[in-house]
Structures are given as structure tokens and as C-alpha cells.
Design a binder for this molecule. Structure first.
Ligand SMILES: *[C@@H]1O[C@H](CO)[C@@H](O)[C@H](O)[C@H]1NC(C)=O
Ligand SMILES: *[C@@H]1O[C@H](CO)[C@@H](O)[C@H](O)[C@H]1NC(C)=O
Ligand SMILES: *[C@@H]1O[C@H](CO)[C@@H](O)[C@H](O)[C@H]1NC(C)=O
Ligand SMILES: *[C@@H]1O[C@H](CO)[C@@H](O)[C@H](O)[C@H]1NC(C)=O
Ligand SMILES: *[C@@H]1O[C@H](CO)[C@@H](O)[C@H](O)[C@H]1NC(C)=O
Ligand SMILES: *[C@@H]1O[C@H](CO)[C@@H](O)[C@H](O)[C@H]1NC(C)=O
Ligand SMILES: *[C@@H]1O[C@H](CO)[C@@H](O)[C@H](O)[C@H]1NC(C)=O
Ligand SMILES: *[C@@H]1O[C@H](CO)[C@@H](O)[C@H](O)[C@H]1NC(C)=O
Ligand SMILES: *[C@@H]1O[C@H](CO)[C@@H](O)[C@H](O)[C@H]1NC(C)=O
Ligand SMILES: *[C@@H]1O[C@H](CO)[C@@H](O)[C@H](O)[C@H]1NC(C)=O
Ligand SMILES: *[C@@H]1O[C@H](CO)[C@@H](O)[C@H](O)[C@H]1NC(C)=O
Length: 655
């Protein structure tokens, strides 16, 4: 019995040490449940799919050395982007899955989620999350739902393209958002349902503004309106001028609604760039007409789709192995961004931010063997940098349910949350690196270096921060275990030109993002640290941080940076972000939470393998003790071991 108990704790991963070191959470009685007989098989849903594809062969001959010549200050560089923030990459969470990802209700928030967002906040200052997607369009406010749930799904709506069911939500949804924002600095985008523009349902705007205040960044007005006609949500004749008109109706309706005090934070047009191009919307005079109400101009786009495999219908089956190569070079991001270059210019002319409001590897769930691999990590990072250098001001990676392959993070299935931790998607690492690339100053500018004569397998970017050379980002998309495709980039700063003396530093620091292959997902490491494999993620990085110091040759004006194949290097001319364990939040709510949280050992003991209904009967009255000796119950900790496990880690990291 004791063995079973220990294996339960071991399954909680690194929490075990934490539990042992800092918190006493259990009585002396052995547990009555066994893991092996009750835990059942690992879930087989898409988010945990194990497909491994074959990486493309290395190009021949390999290109293993090239130079990069840089200016020490931004004023000597033409074509740098607008000023960017570490919050550039955020998330778009499908409304129908918020209860899986964020928490069941406002007093039951997923701690692994908080920890993951905390990681990003520490690096970027904040995290931007949109709650919406296809399901926002039919979302309907309701006073009360069974079991005090914050959200519930109606039966599937067959007219809905991705077959996501209509969502019912209560006031508690807003408290989930605001409670999260009181713990980690998450700012929210919400969306106004647009399925019925004769009978507006504006509770999202009313309650969102009232409850979230400044934590509400904006309200999306229409989701992918260019697909309304083809998805049978509007007549076949529906065009950009119809959307223009509906947007105007919304502006008018909001103007007359005293419960929506902020009138100027609308977001649009969020076209999928499927049936329309942005210029068709700009040509309706949209920006000029609504510039006093629009706070952000947006588009949405996925480079590919896996709809046939998921839903059948017209189109054709795509073979993941054949699609894989499309994600594994620099052309992917460049091609994705090109259709928007005119629009980012126009947005600048109007002084408006321009965001990619929803994107990921492929719509209809992504691809097995692609969407969750290191290849996707490199793809999303390069794509993000490419958007940033092209004057997008942000982008949101979509989070679907457990039936999609591309999630940046996935909670375990509800009935397995007792013994499984979270699963990270490989694109989460792209977001993590992005936060460190742009940091907290809001003054980063980036430029594609067209490195190695524009070789599509070895792109690079330079980043200036507050006008000074800050970082270089170097990609190697090639998988080549022989090592023959490793390359060395030789960086020179200044020198040669009049007025730009040799300013190569004595040394630089490098963080590497690595994996065995672009096809794998289990070996991804950032500066030698990992969040862990499937069902192992509690939101903390594991392993010893390894920042490599490279000595430069100041006589010759060179810094030689090796980049493995595959791999990515972020070269810091200043001090890199360093994880510290004495992180604190200013939030008093969180402090209070930490000091008072206790966990019921009965919950730890018995939640394994039980049905949700059975689990509901188990109280959350707490006993056990913390090292402080305080023993008080707190509503936050309830019958979820995953929350409990994460909380222990949070206690360690955040106290
Ligand atoms: C969890 O639920 C799924 C689907 O309802 C079921 O197949 C699986 O066996 C359940 N697992 C456990 C451990 O109860
Ligand atoms: C992964 O997903 C594909 C497509 O749904 C499926 O055919 C395959 O069996 C899954 N493989 C694994 C190992 O889960
Ligand atoms: C819009 O969605 C709501 C909620 O699902 C539904 O009650 C309403 O009938 C829909 N209206 C239209 C015009 O489709
Ligand atoms: C929140 O959800 C938890 C877990 O399902 C439940 O135990 C608790 O009663 C709920 N709290 C409220 C206020 O609804
Ligand atoms: C969380 O939400 C509840 C409403 O359910 C509210 O009473 C409570 O004050 C909130 N806690 C924090 C820390 O915001
Ligand atoms: C940019 O967009 C504007 C507005 O739609 C259009 O008039 C102009 O022709 C476009 N320019 C290019 C180069 O596409
Ligand atoms: C590079 O990526 C593009 C765009 O996704 C793809 O079409 C092309 O086949 C790839 N080229 C090589 C050589 O891998
Ligand atoms: C981004 O904006 C800057 C500043 O306006 C401009 O110099 C640069 O050319 C733009 N980049 C692209 C790719 O449009
Ligand atoms: C960066 O921008 C955010 C959002 O506008 C702001 O809250 C933050 O204070 C800014 N940081 C700095 C250093 O100015
Ligand atoms: C290529 O890089 C990898 C990872 O850094 C390293 O282990 C290997 O020794 C290198 N191979 C060659 C031939 O340089
Ligand atoms: C990487 O982390 C592991 C622990 O996970 C440690 O044993 C190893 O020494 C670290 N490597 C470097 C180079 O720091």
C-alpha cells in the first residue's frame, strides 16, 4: 500500500520533492486505492498522439559557415520593425474549452496553467489571452448552470464548421478571468457573439468591462466574417460591405448601451484570409469609418488544414509525411506574412496595432507528427519573428480541446486529472523563447538578416532593444545526426565602416533550443531545461539551466556561434534572462492564497480512478499541515489532485 502511495506521488513528478520538503499533506494512514488497477490506459486523444514522421534529408552540400555583420545601434539600420513587446505571442483559447484549460469555476483554477502563465509573465511582464474562436459566435449568457459550472456546451451545432458546440456561460466565467488576472498578469481579449446582429447579445461586453476593467484588452467584433457565407451563417451574397454594415450596427448599439462604458476597444475585421483578402475590407472605408472605435486591426490565418481527415466533406486527404516539409524552412513564415505587408503598413499609417488573432500549424486540429514536434517549435518561432519584423504587433496561438494536435498546453482528461499532469505542445517553447527575445521593455525592434545568402534552412534575425544591439536569433532547420549540417555563424559588430568602429564584445552568452530531430517532441530543451513529457508538466522548468558563454576575438572582430542541426541559438549581447526561484507576485490575493492553502489528504488518497460524481462527494475541508503550521482551509483547493500538486510547486517557487 505504501508503495502505491509513493508511486502516486512519483507520478506527480517533481512535486514529490516539494511535498516532502515543504508541506505535509497526508496523514499516516496508507492509502486505500491502487494506481495500477484503476488508472486505466493513457488517453489516446490527438493532444497526446505519438506519431513520429521522418525528417527531410539534409540538403547537399551542407552550408556550414557564414558571416553576419551587424551595426551596434538601431539608428544605423534601415527596415527595423516597429517596437515590440515580450507579450508578442499570446494564446487564443477556444471558448468551449476554457473550463478544461483555465478551471471549472472561479474558485477552482488550474494551477499548472497559472504556473505556465507565470513563466511567461516573469519574462514578458504579462500574457495576452483571447477567449473565443468559432464558439464565441453562438455563446449565450445564462443565469445559472448545473453544478455551478461557469460554462457548458449545448448539443453540437451542425452548421458550425469545426463542429464545436454552442457555449452557454454564466457570470462565473468573468470571475475565472478576473481571478486569474489577480494571480498572474494575464490580460484578456473577448469576442462579441456575431451570429445574430439583429438581436445583439452584449453581456460579454457589459460584464467583461464591469468585472475585468483594465484587464480586458479588447472585444472582437466578428470572427472570420469572410467565412460566414461559406459556413452558412449568412446568405451566400454576404460580402465585405455587409460586414461593414453589421460592424456599424454594433457601434451604434454599444453607443446607446450605458452598461458598456468603453466604446473604443473593438477589434476587427479578423478575416480568415480565406474568402476575402484584407484589402477588400479596407476598401469599404472600414478603418477610416471606425477608427475611433477600433483599437486593434486583426486577421486570422492557418497555413494549412486537416479538415478532410477530421470531418470528411469536400477537399482531399492530406498525408502528414508529405505536409511536414512545408513547415521546415524559412519560406513558410515568409509566405504566411507576405499577404499582410500592405496591411501592416496601413495599420502603421493609422497608428493601430495589427495582430494575427488566431493561428497555428493547421486548422481542423493540426497534423499528427507535425503540430507537436520540434519542427513546429522552429516553425512557430520563425513565423513569429517574421510577423514581428513585418510589423505585426502580436499573434495568438490557438488552443483547442484534447481532440487537436496543436495545443500549446493541454490539461489531462477530467477523469485522469488525479494522476496525470499536463501535456505541453511544442509551440509553447516558441512562445517562451519569444518572451525572452523581446523581454519587458516594449522597445525591441527586429529584422530578418537574410542570413547565409537567404538559405531557407538557416535563417537569422537581429534584435535591437532601446536602440542598442541586443540579440541575434539563429535557426538550423536541418536534422542531421552526423553533425555535418551543424553550422557556425561568425558575428562581427561594427568595424570597417566610417564612424562604426569595431565593437565586438569580449564575449556573448547563448541559450540553445534543441532536440534530437525536428520530428520528435520529447527531447525539446531550452538552455538545457524542459517542462517534461506528456502528462508530466506542472508548469516548472526541470533540469539545470545552461547558458553558454562564447569568447569573441576582439582583434579579428568575430564571435563564432555554433548552431546544431537541428537547433536554434539566441545570442545575447547583454545579460540573458535567468530563472530565479525567488519570484514573487505583487498580488496580495496570491500571497493570501499561498499562506492559507492546505490540501485534504483524503482528496489525494481517493480521487484516483473515481468518477467525477463520486469525487464530488469528497469534501474539500482540509487537514494536513504546512511547514508554517497553519491549518486553514481555502476554497481554491478542492477535489483535484492536479491542482493540489501544482499548488505545492507554486508554494515552493513563489514563496
Ligand atoms: C475516462 O473516460 C474515458 C472516456 O469517457 C474512458 O475511456 C476511460 O476509461 C476513463 N478513464 C478512467 C481512468 O476512468
Ligand atoms: C495519431 O493520430 C492518427 C490520426 O488521427 C491516428 O491514425 C493514429 O493512430 C494516432 N497514433 C497514435 C500513436 O496515437
Ligand atoms: C444565434 O445563436 C443563439 C445561441 O445559440 C441562438 O439562440 C440564435 O437563434 C442564433 N441566431 C441566429 C440568427 O442564428
Ligand atoms: C467549483 O468546482 C469545484 C470542482 O468541480 C467544485 O467542487 C466547487 O463546488 C465549485 N465551486 C463553486 C463555487 O461552484
Ligand atoms: C474569485 O472569484 C470569486 C467569485 O466566485 C470571488 O468571490 C473571489 O473574490 C475571487 N477571488 C479573487 C482572488 O479574485
Ligand atoms: C494596399 O491596400 C490599399 C487599400 O486596400 C490599396 O488601395 C492598395 O492598392 C494596396 N497596395 C498594394 C501594394 O497592394
Ligand atoms: C520550404 O517550405 C515551403 C513552404 O512551406 C515548401 O513549399 C517547400 O517545399 C520547402 N522547400 C524545401 C526545399 O524544403
Ligand atoms: C516595418 O515598419 C518599419 C517602420 O515603419 C519600416 O521601416 C519597415 O520597412 C517595415 N517592415 C516591413 C517588412 O514592412
Ligand atoms: C510595456 O507595455 C505594457 C502594456 O502597455 C505596460 O503595462 C508596461 O508598463 C510597459 N513596460 C514598460 C517598461 O514601459
Ligand atoms: C553537432 O552539434 C551537436 C550538438 O551540439 C554536437 O553534439 C555534435 O558533436 C556536433 N557535430 C559536429 C560534427 O560538429
Ligand atoms: C543539463 O541538465 C542536466 C539535468 O537535467 C544536468 O545533469 C546537466 O549537467 C546539464 N547540462 C549542462 C551542460 O548544464
Amino acid at each position: 500500500m505504501l508503495t502505491n502511495y509513493l508511486s502516486l506521488l512519483v507520478l506527480l513528478g517533481c512535486s514529490f520533492d516539494v511535498v516532502r520538503a515543504a508541506v505535509t499533506v497526508y496523514g499516516q494512514q496508507p492509502l486505500g486505492m491502487t494506481l495500477t488497477s484503476d488508472s486505466g490506459p493513457m488517453p489516446t486523444k490527438a493532444a497526446y498522439n505519438r506519431t513520429v514522421l521522418i525528417p527531410p534529408p539534409p540538403p547537399q552540400p551542407p552550408s556550414t559557415a557564414f558571416g553576419i555583420s551587424l551595426q551596434p545601434t538601431a539608428d544605423r539600420v534601415t527596415g527595423l520593425s516597429v517596437r515590440q513587446s515580450g507579450t508578442f505571442y499570446g494564446f487564443s483559447i477556444e471558448m468551449s474549452v476554457v473550463n478544461q484549460v483555465l478551471g471549472k469555476n472561479s474558485s477552482f483554477i488550474q494551477v499548472p496553467f497559472l504556473n505556465l502563465m507565470g513563466q511567461l509573465q516573469h519574462r514578458a511582464g504579462a500574457v495576452h489571452i483571447r477567449c473565443g474562436g468559432n464558439t464565441q459566435e453562438f455563446a449565450t449568457y445564462i443565469e445559472h448552470l448545473d453544478h455551478d459550472a461557469a460554462i457548458a456546451k449545448e448539443r453540437a451545432n451542425l452548421q458550425n464548421p469545426t463542429q464545436t458546440p454552442a457555449v452557454l456561460y454564466t457570470m462565473d466565467l468573468f470571475y475565472i478571468f478576473s481571478n486569474i488576472s489577480s494571480l498572474v498578469n494575464v490580460k484578456w481579449f473577448l469576442g462579441i457573439p456575431f451570429n445574430d446582429t439583429q438581436n445583439w447579445r452584449l453581456q460579454i461586453a457589459e460584464y467583461g468591462q464591469r468585472i475585468l476593467g483594465d484587464n480586458l484588452l479588447g472585444l472582437q467584433a466578428g470572427n472570420e466574417p469572410d467565412l460566414y457565407a461559406s459556413h452558412n451563417h449568412r446568405p451566400a451574397t454576404y460580402g465585405p460591405f455587409d460586414y461593414f454594415g453589421e460592424f456599424g450596427d454594433l457601434v451604434q448599439t454599444m453607443a446607446n448601451n450605458p452598461n458598456i462604458p468603453v466604446k473604443n476597444n473593438l477589434i476587427g475585421p479578423s478575416i480568415a484570409t480565406g474568402d476575402w483578402i484584407p484589402e477588400q475590407v479596407w476598401d469599404t472605408n472600414y478603418i477610416e469609418a471606425y477608427k475611433d472605435y477600433l483599437s486593434i486591426l486583426t486577421v486570422e490565418h492557418y497555413p494549412n488544414n486537416n479538415c478532410f481527415a477530421q470531418f470528411g466533406g469536400s477537399g482531399s486527404l492530406k498525408i502528414p509525411q508529405e505536409e511536414f516539409v512545408k513547415y521546415l524552412n524559412h519560406t513558410a513564415g515568409v509566405d504566411l506574412v507576405r499577404p499582410y505587408l500592405n496591411s501592416t503598413r496601413i495599420a502603421q499609417d493609422y497608428g493601430k496595432p495589427f495582430m494575427m488573432f488566431e493561428t497555428n500549424t493547421a486548422s481542423c486540429g493540426g497534423f499528427p507528427g507535425i503540430s507537436d514536434t520540434f519542427g513546429a517549435t522552429l516553425w512557430a518561432l520563425d513565423y513569429g519573428y517574421q510577423m514581428a519584423q513585418s510589423n505585426f504587433t502580436g499573434a495568438l496561438l490557438h488552443v483547442g480541446g484534447q481532440n487537436v494536435f496543436y495545443n500549446p498546453f493541454t490539461a489531462p482528461p477530467t477523469n485522469q486529472s488525479a494522476f496525470h499532469q499536463w501535456t505541453l505542445g511544442s509551440v509553447f517553447y516558441s512562445v517562451l523563447v519569444m518572451t525572452e527575445t523581446f523581454g519587458k521593455t516594449n522597445q525591441s525592434q527586429i529584422l530578418d538578416l537574410n542570413a547565409n545568402n537567404g538559405n531557407i534552412h538557416t535563417p537569422g534575425y537581429v534584435i535591437y532593444d532601446e536602440g542598442r544591439l541586443s540579440k541575434v536569433a539563429l535557426f538550423n532547420y536541418i536534422t542531421d545526426p552526423s553533425g555535418a549540417s551543424n553550422y557556425t555563424a561568425t558575428i562581427s559588430v561594427g568595424g570597417g565602416e566610417t564612424g562604426s568602429p569595431n565593437s565586438t564584445p569580449a564575449q556573448v552568452k547563448v541559450k540553445y533550443l534543441t532536440s534530437d530531430s525536428v520530428a520528435t517532441k520529447d527531447t525539446i530543451k531550452w538552455a538545457n531545461q524542459t517542462f517534461g513529457g506528456d502528462f508530466e508538466v506542472n508548469g516548472h522548468l526541470k533540469g539545470d539551466l545552461n547558458i553558454v558563454t562564447i569568447d569573441c576575438n576582439q582583434q579579428e572582430n568575430t564571435c563564432q556561434i555554433p548552431v546544431p542541426a537541428p537547433g536554434f541559438a539566441l545570442v545575447f549581447f547583454g545579460e540573458p534572462y535567468q530563472d530565479t526561484s525567488d519570484i514573487t507576485f505583487s498580488s496580495t490575493a496570491f500571497t493570501k492564497l499561498m499562506n492559507t492553502a492546505t490540501v485534504d489528504p483524503a482528496v489525494l488518497a481517493t480521487s484516483n480512478g473515481m468518477s467525477a460524481k463520486e469525487r464530488e462527494k469528497i469534501g474539500s475541508t482540509s487537514f494536513g499541515s504546512m511547514d508554517s503550521g497553519a491549518t486553514r482551509s481555502y476554497g481554491f483547493v478542492s477535489a483535484s489532485l492536479v491542482a493540489a500538486a501544482g499548488l505545492f510547486s507554486a508554494l515552493l517557487l513563489w514563496t
